[in-house]
Design a protein around this ligand. Structure first.
Ligand code: CUA
Length: 290
């Protein structure tokens, strides 16, 4: 905001002088050719020094903030989230809570959030504009980024480093909850997967467990222990699917399972040969994993 107001000041002064000059010295027939002026040492020094001074003043809070967010958080109560960038989705692991989820990170308002950023393949970049900062996830090293959210809400993010075909579709959400809502989310997501309640969902579980799905996805409390794709233990409780691409509902889940690579070109989920009925059952099962 400080920089914004400095920029407003510069804008008003520059545009004001410009408008004044345009009006005051506009062409008039009786004026003839203006006198030509070649340089003015005082003015040259003035308009070199003034911007330099303004930049110095802007640099002070900027550099202070850069160093502040760059060093690890000092708050011993910080909530650590291990973020892993993958082609083309995000894994969030909460070591303290034993929760693994994908593409949507829940955090409590007012608490320091300490992100440990890693990559499983190529360079990605974690960027949730309204939560401040953008930081790369680099294979073979761990970067850190922290913030303390001060209002509840859903904050959109996006991978900000070109990482292959579906880079532009590698979105994420950070959902800032009230402390009570976060507790409830953590309790629900720390538990094993819900049992399917109706016949269709039960059939869907059968489809999931007897196909290739299990070799890539984990659903805690079942035989599905795959680690290549997103953890689906509570996929039904997420707002979106496909890394922020589609709203999470039955229709979109069916579309997603049925034609993943049409919906998200480049997606690495292989297309499994399933009947229309099986896809519908599978979607019902996944949506029930709340
Ligand atoms: Cu990941 Cu771009």
């Amino acid at each position: 905001m400080q920089i914004f107001w400095w920029a407003v000041g510069v804008f008003v002064v520059v545009e004001g002088v410009l408008l004044y000059a345009v009006v005051r010295w506009r062409e008039k027939p009786e004026r003839g050719r203006p006198r030509e002026v070649h340089g003015n040492v005082l003015m040259e020094i003035g308009w070199t020094l003034a911007p330099a001074l303004i930049l110095v003043v802007i640099a002070i809070p900027t550099i202070r903030t850069i160093f502040l967010v760059d060093r690890p958080p000092t708050d011993p109560d910080a909530l650590v989230i291990e973020v892993t960038g993958r082609q083309w989705w995000w894994e969030f692991h909460y070591p303290e809570l034993g929760i693994t989820t994908a593409n949507e990170a829940h955090v409590p308002v007012g608490r320091t959030i300490d992100l440990r950023l890693r990559s499983a393949d190529v360079i990605h970049s974690f960027w949730v504009p309204r939560l401040g900062g953008k930081r790369d996830l680099v294979p073979g090293r761990e970067n850190e980024l922290w913030f303390r959210p001060d209002s509840v809400g859903v904050f959109w993010g996006q991978c900000a480093e070109f990482c292959g075909t579906a880079h532009a579709l590698m979105g994420l959400r950070v959902i800032v909850d009230s402390p009570q809502d976060f507790e409830a989310w953590a309790a629900a997501n720390g538990a094993d997967a819900a049992r399917p309640v109706d016949a269709e969902a039960r059939a869907g579980r059968g489809v999931f467990m007897s196909n290739a799905c299990v070799s890539c996805h984990e659903i805690r409390g079942t035989v599905a222990k795959g680690q290549l794709g997103p953890d689906l233990t509570h996929v039904g409780s997420r707002l979106t699917i496909g890394a922020g691409l589609l709203d999470n509902n039955l229709e979109n889940l069916i579309r997603w399972i049925d034609a993943t690579r049409e919906v998200k070109p480049g997606a690495l989920m292989p297309e499994v040969d399933l009947t229309e009925q099986q896809v519908r059952q599978l979607a019902a099962y996944l949506l029930g994993l709340r």
